[in-house]
Design a protein around this ligand. Structure first.
Ligand code: COA
Length: 217
């Protein structure tokens, strides 16, 4: 499949949101734990596309978007933008804009419990302020596109003089971990996760945060 990586454009939005939903559950569709794709899009992806679209990249094959990377420099405005996005989505929840069923309720309760129990490792935001998220459609994996998307992001963050970048993943994302380690990311923190127990009974899963320092220009 002839493919390439280029900067994100607003016309890519629907494709990026579709891929995000199709890959949300360890590379499989979000419907495993959430009834309404729009809720995932508005809570977890909208910030990056609305507030930092210049830090997003897409992989394109045969004129179709087959993968994306969303990024954030972690600059001061990030927290404000994320809060605004979350409040907008919360208002949508209160206004019954989303279909919320038993899956979403179970996910939300377990996610809240996981946060309160401290299951997400913390990072040093001064050393690793930038962040990234990456996903490819199933057909586009293993072709070097993940590496190409990451390299585009790392080069951009280096050019912007960002000191370091981090990402969150789990011990279950084996291909992703190999890719990150090959590109020089190191594990900064690791904590046992209980979030997915009802979906993956008997599996031991850790939340991981990885980081990479970027060279000074
Ligand atoms: C993780 C993901 C982004 C990797 O992108 P990719 O295009 O498939 O990976 P690449 O082809 O660029 O491979 C890069 C390196 O990762 C390693 N790798 C890729 N797929 C692998 C697999 N299935 N198992 C083990 N290692 C793998 C290879 O060693 C490769 O190294 P090389 O370039 O020296 O050969 C992609 O597979 C994906 O979207 N997976 C599902 C969703 C996901 O897990 N997202 C990440 C969430 S944190």
């Amino acid at each position: 499949m002839p493919a390439r990586v280029r900067p994100y454009q607003p016309a890519d939005r629907a494709a990026v949101l579709r891929i995000a939903a199709d890959t949300a559950f360890f590379g499989e569709p979000v419907e495993r734990f959430m009834e309404d794709r729009r809720l995932q899009a508005d809570f977890f992806i909208a910030y990056y596309l609305d507030h930092e679209p210049q830090c997003a990249w897409v992989a394109v094959a045969n004129d179709e978007v087959v993968g994306y990377l969303t990024g954030s420099t972690g600059a001061r405005a990030t927290e404000r933008g994320k809060t605004a996005t979350a409040l907008k989505a919360a208002a949508g929840l209160v206004g019954f804009r989303y279909r919320v069923g038993p899956l979403t309720r179970r996910y939300a309760l377990r996610a809240a419990r996981a946060v309160l129990a401290g299951e997400y490792p913390k990072i040093d935001e001064h050393r690793f302020p930038a962040e990234l998220h990456i996903n490819l459609t199933a057909d586009a994996r293993g072709l070097g596109l993940g590496r190409a998307l990451l390299e585009a992001c790392l080069n951009q963050m280096t050019a912007l003089a960002v000191p370091g970048i981090h990402l969150s993943t789990t011990s279950r994302n084996v291909a992703a971990l190999r890719l990150y380690e090959k590109l020089g990311f190191e594990v900064l923190g690791r904590k046992r996760s209980t979030l997915w127990e009802p979906w993956l009974p008997g599996e031991e899963i850790d939340n991981l945060v990885l980081g990479k320092s970027l060279p000074a220009n």
